[in-house]
Design a binder for this molecule. Structure first.
Ligand code: AMP
Length: 338
């Protein structure tokens, strides 16, 4: 295509920034909490955490504008309630920082159509739809822009996002090779347990904001009795003992992994505490309710003042615009803009 650029001679500065994105297509659930929010909040102890709401990604599928707005503010409030600290993290809405869409376009010019079409999530989501939006195909390139814009070395994600982080690596490597050193090449990192929380009603599927009934999804704002009911209805199997065997007994393994993430002991070790499913489910329900209770309390306080949350987001966007100005300038110059 093009010979390697000469505009940049110095490699991009190594970055300790860790970036996490949350898409406001539905209500946040326990999978989001254990797979993404907990490690993100823990990571704030080291400087450089970026937490943003990927609101532009919410338009890749059928959506209702008013619902998207309401979900966006709910998610932002819940992230703050769960411990995202705007003084230590860069916390903002993607749509309020135009550098995301600007870099998206530049990266599209370094991405093959075939690469985008190979994404498993695109194949799955497009197969389930009548009319597929072009943005659904190009969404992983916008995600690559989200990551590369911050020169993030590590991207903490559930393993469902590995392929998208791999695409970001490929595009960064190619862009650097063709146009000169511009981006840090990122890698995915996973929390040690509960990287993937499964749906309680169908443990072959991951817990998701958009599950059809929501019966197997533990939403963070579900009332305690609703959480308890969902846990007690969780699909297990007909065995009578409790053993940690993810391949043969995925429903029980999922419950043990959730408990493990809540109480900090290994799933195999926890299995020894129970000789039947009833007490296991009771322990899981208690642990989940205890885990979300303080988050729900802080959420109620913050939700009483939505103007405060909006002001935090506006301030974060302003700081993100400043923090990303150098990278967007480097990318523009490298690819050939004046
Ligand atoms: P999303 O729900 O797609 O906006 O994802 C937000 C973050 O939560 C991403 O880092 C996902 O990888 C993570 N995530 C979503 N669902 C799950 C799940 N069931 N288990 C673990 N992590 C998840």
């Amino acid at each position: 295509m093009t010979t390697p650029g000469t505009a940049l001679t110095a490699p991009p500065a190594a970055s300790l920034r860790r970036i996490s994105g949350f898409t406001p297509t539905g209500r946040l659930h326990l999978g989001n909490l254990l797979g993404a929010m907990v490690p993100t909040v823990a990571g704030q102890d080291t400087p450089g955490t970026v937490v943003f709401l990927s609101d532009l990604h919410a338009f890749t599928v059928e959506h209702n504008p008013a619902t998207t707005r309401a979900t966006t503010i709910e998610q932002a409030t819940l992230l703050l309630a769960a411990g995202v600290d705007p003084d230590r993290s860069l916390f903002y809405l993607q749509s309020q920082v135009p550098a995301h869409t600007e870099l998206h376009y530049l990266l599209e010019c370094a991405t093959g159509v075939g690469e985008a079409q190979r994404m498993i999530q695109f194949k799955e989501k497009s197969a389930a739809q009548h009319q597929v939006r072009l943005s659904l195909l190009t969404y992983p390139v916008l995600m690559a822009a989200d990551i590369l814009l911050h020169q993030s070395a590590e991207v903490p994600v559930g393993d469902d996002q590995d392929q998208h982080v791999e695409l970001a690596r490929d595009v960064a490597t190619r862009f650097n090779a063709r146009y000169g050193a511009t981006f840090v090449v990122p890698r995915a990192v996973h929390p040690p347990t509960a990287a993937r929380v499964m749906d309680l009603a169908d443990p072959s599927r991951k817990m998701s904001k958009s599950a059809p009934s929501g019966g197997g999804t533990l939403f963070l704002l579900d009332a305690p009795d609703v959480l308890r009911r969902k846990v007690f209805r969780a699909v297990t199997d007909s065995a009578s003992d409790v053993r940690y065997d993810p391949a043969a007994r995925p429903g029980v393994a999922n419950l043990l992994e959730i408990l493990s993430a809540c109480v900090g002991r290994s799933p195999g070790d926890l299995a020894d505490d129970f000789d039947s499913y009833g007490p296991l489910k009771a322990a899981v329900a208690d642990a989940v309710i205890d885990r979300v209770r303080p988050i729900q309390r802080r959420y109620a306080d913050l939700a009483a003042d939505p103007a405060y949350v909006r002001a935090i987001l506006r301030d974060g966007a302003e700081r993100a615009r400043i923090a990303t100005a150098d990278t967007i300038h480097r990318a523009r110059t490298a690819i050939g803009l004046l």
